[in-house]
Design a protein around this ligand. Structure first.
Ligand code: NAP
Length: 288
């Protein structure tokens, strides 16, 4: 049981975590902090949080666990402002979609408290944002990746693991570097491609007709281009060292495809499509 949970950034992810823990009776009191009081009042009205904190000092007071759930680009400033108010024994965790830069920011800001920071990332979400989209079941049967460092306190990591398990998630651990590479390919790259495709199509003169006649392919492929632009700008910038080589590799592979189509080379196309289909059908086991 968590006595006092503080959520910094009561949006889709922070709000869903609070809802899940409340629903299961795993938390006594939830405090929320954000920039916009109206959003926090909405969260109180929805029963997601009990109180809104006006300052980070107030947010940190007597908290057992502080969950930082703001866009990745805002995490360093939150860590810096949060640290002076933290009490002994308070565990800090985050949900940021990129881990290496978040850990560096935590090291710089938290100092001696760094062992009580447990980096995390739930592999769950939707293209919607804000507390209105939060859902108590968002993490059920989903994965949460924790990327503890050698200095991370074992009991702190165990507490964060237990918290996520209480939401119905499966918790796994890996290094932050591995996380950022895996997520660059499985999440960050697809988002870039979806944004790029919609942006390309919308510049066409007949784009209205294209959107009006869009069926499964366009809808499925571009759903994630409805995701929050600030969040994705921050992820791109934070993980650029990993993401740029993947974007370049994708561009090269598109070159192969263009050449095959141009040359009418059905053999190359069939081989490529069959290999991709086989891989997707066999490797994407939890396709929901
Ligand atoms: P969201 O719905 O937009 O929520 C973000 C919340 O943070 C908002 O409630 C916002 O409230 C608050 N906020 C933003 N900047 C802030 C700042 N500087 N100081 C204090 N509060 C701030 O976004 P989300 O989807 O929950 O994403 C939150 C984090 O989870 C991000 O780091 C993202 O990378 C990660 N994540 C997202 C997904 C996903 O699919 N969406 C999945 C896994 C992890 P105010 O505007 O009222 O301040």
């Amino acid at each position: 049981m968590i006595n006092k949970l503080t959520i910094i950034g009561v949006g889709l992810i922070g709000g869903s975590l609070a809802r899940a823990l409340r629903k299961g009776g795993h938390v006594r009191e939830v405090m929320g902090y954000g920039r916009n009081l109206a959003h926090l009042q909405e969260a109180v009205g929805l029963g997601v949080i009990d109180y809104a904190a006006v300052t980070l000092k107030e947010a940190a007071r007597e908290a057992d666990l502080v969950v930082v759930a703001v866009p990745v680009g805002s995490i360093p400033e939150i860590f810096s402002e949060l640290t002076p108010g933290l009490e002994d024994g308070t565990i800090v965790t985050d949900v940021g979609s990129v881990k290496v830069p978040v850990i560096k920011a935590a090291q710089a800001a938290l100092g001696a408290r760094f062992p009580f920071f447990v980096p995390g990332h739930p592999i769950a979400g939707t293209e919607r944002s804000g507390v209105g989209a939060s859902d108590a079941d968002l993490f059920r049967r989903r994965r949460v990746i924790l990327t503890p460092e050698p200095e991370t306190d074992t009991a702190a990591a165990a507490r964060v693991r237990t918290m996520w398990q209480a939401t119905g998630a499966e918790v796994v651990t890996m290094t932050a570097e591995q996380h950022d590479h895996v997520l660059a390919a499985s999440s960050h790259l697809p988002h870039m491609l979806a944004y790029a495709l919609v942006e390309m199509v919308v510049r066409m003169d007949d784009h209205r007709a294209i959107f009006d006649n869009a069926a499964g392919g366009f809808r499925d492929f571009t759903r994630i281009a409805s995701s929050d632009p600030v969040m994705w700008r921050d992820i791109c910038l934070a993980n650029r060292e990993v993401l740029v080589p993947l974007l370049r590799q994708y561009r090269n592979d598109l070159g192969t495809l263009i050449k095959a189509v141009e040359e009418g080379n059905g053999e190359v196309l069939l081989e490529l499509f069959a290999r991709a289909k086989r891989a997707r059908d066999t490797l994407l086991t939890n396709d929901k």
